[in-house]
Design a binder for this molecule. Structure first.
Ligand code: PLP
Length: 388
């Protein structure tokens, strides 16, 4: 069978129209946007128009966007940039235990630089509590960074409540929208978010490009030093073709937001129906109400996640888990550990299935049956004690 890709939360295949625009831009816009001659002006116009399109989509002003190399850089710039620019007001930061490493490791670095970081707990569905956040807020808190939706389990945080809570506090509010962008309506005019980071490669855009929204008036210190690009917030020649591709990808998901949500929900339903028909024992990890439709994290009791992923890969189904291989040993997912506790069975027996454009029902059912078969084989082997 042709392998089936169900790992869109890791990255998405590039949209052919986006690719086309990039190829055309590579061919037609050869100048450096900082050059004053006609070649430079042509490249500059592409960057400006793209910025305008993207800003419009999130309800921002063009000058509030900084192009970055993706989610990790956006997270780093938001966190380091505000921390170092505002340390005279305080050195306290709040985040959660389930952030992407782009946030967690940046916060850990800041701790090594004398900042103090509180990591909020989450409940078993992956949500933080607003009361907990309130109790951790201090007069010297300068930044709260909480992801819009989690990349492993898809749980959406109470972003509007957090934003409104912080609207009257000195702390800036940063949210990583890398996974939520394209299936959640996002408008920074409605929700007082100060900084928001996204990556193009999760929405059919090119890899290695994204943006950070920085609300006018936010005090941010650049950490790349060089040219004056991006209003001195990010030095270096702009990646013009990828910026053009990113703008088209954003425009496309904007046009299809509603359909994308429906398609995600449908894919999810087909997968769960298939597992039910196959009488497989599973449990959904995540919040039953506040979730991204395209991410389905499932716990299969009695399985061992690495063995299951390898088996699925060999059978032609590409999915993933949040566990990471470090120095030859497997670290369980920090997200599932925060949700269920250290050593809980969910942390070693769960996989993430994530859906995207171009899925069809037949293929999804086929993948569901392969998953069911693999789970059945592993749990049967486990029970008989032949292999563990
Ligand atoms: C929530 C979240 N934040 C940040 C990132 C990092 O983005 P990038 O790979 O573009 O650096 C990812 C990527 O998986 C993500 O899921």
């Amino acid at each position: 069978m042709d392998p089936i890709y169900l790992d869109h939360a890791a990255t998405t295949p590039i949209d052919p129209e986006v690719l086309q625009i990039m190829v055309e831009t590579y061919q037609s816009a050869v100048g450096n946007p900082s050059s004053i001659h006609s070649f430079g002006r042509k490249a500059r116009k592409i960057v400006d128009d793209s910025r305008h399109e993207i800003a419009k989509y999130i309800g921002a002003r063009s000058r509030e966007l900084v192009f970055t190399s993706g989610g990790t850089e956006g997270d780093n710039l938001a966190i380091l940039g505000t921390a170092f620019a505002n340390s005279h007001k305080g050195k306290h930061i709040i985040t959660t235990k389930i952030e992407h490493h782009g946030v967690l490791r940046t916060c850990a670095y800041l701790e090594s630089q004398g900042f103090e970081v509180d990591y909020l707990d989450v409940d078993r569905s992956g949500r933080i509590s607003i009361d907990d956040l309130k109790s951790k807020l201090r007069h010297d808190t300068i930044l709260v960074t909480i992801m819009f939706a989690n990349n492993e389990v898809g749980t959406i945080q109470p972003i509007r409540e957090i934003a409104h809570l912080l609207a009257h506090h000195q702390a800036y509010f940063h949210t990583d929208v890398v996974q939520a962008f394209g299936t959640v309506d996002m408008d920074v005019k409605d929700t007082p978010i100060d900084l928001l980071s996204m990556a193009g490669h999760k929405i059919g855009g090119p890899k290695g490009i994204g943006f950070l929204y920085v609300r006018d008036g936010v005090s941010l210190k650049a950490y790349t030093h060089g040219g004056d690009q991006e209003r001195k917030r990010r030095a270096g020649t702009e990646n013009v073709p990828e910026i053009a591709g990113l703008a088209r990808a954003v425009e496309k998901v904007g046009e299809r937001l509603h359909e994308r949500i429906q398609e995600g929900l449908k894919a999810r339903q087909i997968m769960l129906e298939t597992l039910d028909e196959e009488q497989i024992d599973y449990k959904i990890n995540g919040n039953p109400e506040h979730f991204l439709p395209q991410i389905l994290n499932l716990y299969f009791p009695g399985t061992q996640v690495e063995t299951l992923l390898t088996k699925l890969d060999l059978a032609g189904v590409a999915v993933s888990s949040g566990s990471a291989c470090t120095a030859g040993s497997v670290e369980p997912s920090h997200v599932l550990t925060a949700m269920f506790g250290k050593g809980a069975p969910e942390t070693g027996s769960s996989i993430r299935i994530s859906f995207g454009e171009g899925m069809n029902e037949t293929r999804l059912r086929e993948a569901g049956r392969i998953i069911a078969q693999s789970v059945r084989e592993l749990t049967t082997i486990g029970k008989s004690g032949e292999l563990m």
